[in-house]
Design a protein around this ligand. Structure first.
Ligand code: S3P
Length: 171
């Protein structure tokens, strides 16, 4: 069994909610990489993107993922596009059981449509943008994980937590 659990998946797939519950269920610490970046930078992700650019954000994300991966007994919730950088996957896989929250597009759309804190989703053609981004990323999520859990609008989050918990314990 690896020391940690890392959750990967598209924006709005439930990494934060599931991550918190999972950490509680397994008596582990919870860390959200985006919130950690915001804490260090003392400003929200949208502002970091606007003022310092995506590359700056990505550099910081890579550094924090590498650092947090060295901890143990933590559930790590990652930003939706962290899987694009191979170094992040390498860091995570060394110490974490990597779980892909495979949330349906319809469910993602419903969850993110009224939120404004994600720079890439502040667009007019939201549904098309989600489909386009998800099509590009899906394969990366799939090949980066140790376990896939499917989620849609009817999925009970406690069932999801339980599935991940069982799989992790048996891993
Ligand atoms: C991003 C996801 C966000 C955040 C940033 C970029 C993405 O995190 O890292 O806005 O491109 O998928 P969440 O997946 O936690 O929303």
């Amino acid at each position: 069994m690896k020391d940690n659990i890392a959750l990967i998946g598209f924006m709005g797939s439930g990494k934060t909610t599931i991550g918190r519950l999972l950490a509680k269920a397994l008596d582990m610490k919870y860390i959200d990489i985006d919130r950690e970046i915001e804490r260090i930078e003392k400003r929200p992700v949208t502002e970091i993107y606007k003022e310092k650019g995506e590359d700056y954000f990505k550099d910081l994300e890579r550094k924090i993922i590498a650092e947090e991966s060295l901890e143990n007994n933590i559930v790590i919730s990652t930003g939706g596009d962290s899987i694009i950088d191979n170094k992040n996957i390498k860091s995570l896989k060394e110490t974490s059981f990597v779980v892909y929250l495979n949330c349906s597009i319809g469910c993602i759309y419903e969850r993110v449509k009224d939120k404004t804190h994600r720079p890439l989703l502040n667009v007019d053609n939201l549904y098309e943008t989600i489909v386009e981004l998800y099509d590009k990323r899906r394969i990366l999520y799939e090949i980066s994980c140790d376990f896939i859990v499917d989620i849609d609008a009817d999925t009970n989050m406690y069932d999801t937590v339980d599935k991940i918990k069982q799989k992790y314990i048996l891993s």
